[in-house]
Write a protein that binds this ligand. Structure first.
Ligand code: FMN
Length: 275
């Protein structure tokens, strides 16, 4: 049974579970003083590399939003899970002019392209310049900002995703109870699930088949690079018919691919190819 729930203030956090990125945003006030505070209302906006942009939402009277309106520049720092207490420290309602970082283990270091500092302990950082600010009526201040630099700890870019997820150890925000108790999860028990081709993947790929194929054989075929797929399809079907079989199985696929000189090592290279 389902039940409609009333949309109350803070619906996006109180009732709607919204696993979120945890960030500490650093800005400078008009006098050059550092401000830092946690923000999670953040998402990619323009995903194209020529104009990479983030969209963020702020309480309009927060120091961070006021600083961004005044100076346009800010830095999105993503801290590891073992710094969540320090993140919470920066969330306190300190008076204007207080550098929250002094109450944490975070170290301010110069950013590459903007004036507000970056945080040394954060493995993933985006330096941003606001280019659109929308003040919603009696609601959030929305900032759309150009990413002028994406900065990572040395070595992370070269890791595969599983190793990078472990090394970065980013916490996942799970909302709060009455703006007092904040919930977080860690990525220790991450899982990985493979997106498979549809059983009719060949049709979407414009391939013509003459025999029925087992699903796992078709999955294998779709891993073959497109420019040799038609040739491999024909060879595998011919091989299957030569064996007196009416249906292509994964075993036919492997044997025929080996016949074609496409051994496991070669196939593994296609499968593991990074773009
Ligand atoms: C984990 C976490 C995430 C938060 N995300 C947001 C957010 O996305 N938008 C927002 O307006 N406030 C958010 N807050 C609340 C602000 O961090 C808090 O109001 C802070 O005191 C603002 O500081 P500032 O005035 O120095 O900017 C969040 C707090 C926590 C602890």
């Amino acid at each position: 049974m389902k039940k409609e729930v009333k949309i109350r203030p803070f619906w996006y956090s109180d009732i709607w579970l919204f696993p979120k990125l945890i960030t500490v945003v650093t800005t400078l006030d008009a006098k050059g003083g550092i401000n830092a505070a946690p923000y999670s209302h953040i998402m990619q906006y323009d995903v194209m590399a020529k104009n990479p942009r983030m969209i963020m939402g702020f309480r309009q009277d927060s120091h961070t939003f006021e600083n961004i309106c005044a100076t346009k520049e800010f830095v999105i720092n993503c801290p590891p899970a073992d710094y969540v207490d320090d993140v919470m420290e920066t969330a306190r309602f300190y008076p204007e002019g207080v550098n929250e970082l002094e109450h944490t283990r975070f170290t301010a270091i110069p950013s590459l392209k903007v004036k507000p500092p970056s945080l040394k302990e954060c493995p993933q950082i985006a330096e941003c310049v606001a280019d659109e600010i929308v003040k919603l009526d009696k609601s959030s201040g929305i900032v759309i900002a150009k990413i002028v630099a994406l900065v990572f700890d040395e070595g992370l870019e070269e890791m595969d995703r599983a190793a990078r997820i472990r090394a970065m150890n980013l916490p996942v925000g799970l909302g709060d109870e009455a703006r007092r108790d904040y919930f977080f999860a860690t990525t220790e028990n991450m899982t990985c699930h493979t997106l498979k081709e549809t059983p009719q993947g060949y049709a979407a790929a414009g391939l013509k088949i003459e025999l029925p194929w087992d699903d796992d054989a078709m999955q294998e075929l779709m891993k073959v690079p497109p420019f040799v797929r038609t040739m491999v399809t024909r060879q595998v079907e011919r091989y299957t018919q030569k064996k007196g079989d009416a249906r292509v199985t994964a075993a036919h696929m492997t044997a025929a691919a080996n016949d074609l000189g496409m051994d496991e090592a070669l196939l593994a290279r296609f499968r593991g190819k990074k773009d």
